[in-house]
Design a protein around this ligand. Sequence first.
Ligand code: AMP
Length: 221
Amino acid sequence: MRIILLGAPGSGKGTVAEALRSACGFPKVSTGDLLREAVREKTPLGLVAAAQMGKGGLVDDATVLALLRERLAREDCRDGYVLDGFPRNLAQAGSLDALGLSGPEIVFDLRVSDQVVLERLASRRSCPRCEAIYHLVNKPPKKAGFCDVCGTALVQRADDTPEVIKERLKTYHAQTEPLVARYAAKGYLHRIDGDAPAGTVLRDVRRALDAALGRREGAGS
Ligand code: AMP
């Protein structure tokens, strides 16, 4: 099974992916996390990616696809995975189809207003080591400034500044949002109100997932 999370930056994709991982056991595969790891480790791909990420645009498809293929080849993805941040344009969606899949594909569109994105990302802090996500008001760490999971000092992502966020939103509307219509036409799409509090979003996603899987089992597929 493949679960795809679509949504603007700050729409809650990472939080939903993490919740699905603990509820269903499917690993969270985030191309943003993979890219940041490559940047930290200064791999050849990371050096290419860093410049593109800092401006709020997309990293080129070949680089992202190379990282993704490597990640999906690992054993933990064999029965299914949750994609956070991929595909981000129509070409990537075509590449994903070409990778093939056994089992259903389910797509969630986490719909958020640009205003909510700007507010959320200004208060977002993340762990540079394990990529856990916090919000200064809605989900503060137990010990201020440090990750609950691994104790590392939290940071504000370099691309979570107001100027870069505006660019990332533009990139999202121009390149990623058209995917909503693509997956709706295939009948795979579930729209979720991403402006709602995290608990409501997670409940809505679980309900939609259970209903979609139940329907498919009922249909014998
Ligand atoms: P994210 O953590 O998903 O917000 O991604 C952070 C940044 O990584 C984005 O602003 C892009 O520059 C880059 N990125 C992540 N996923 C992709 C992708 N599928 N294609 C191209 N660039 C990506």
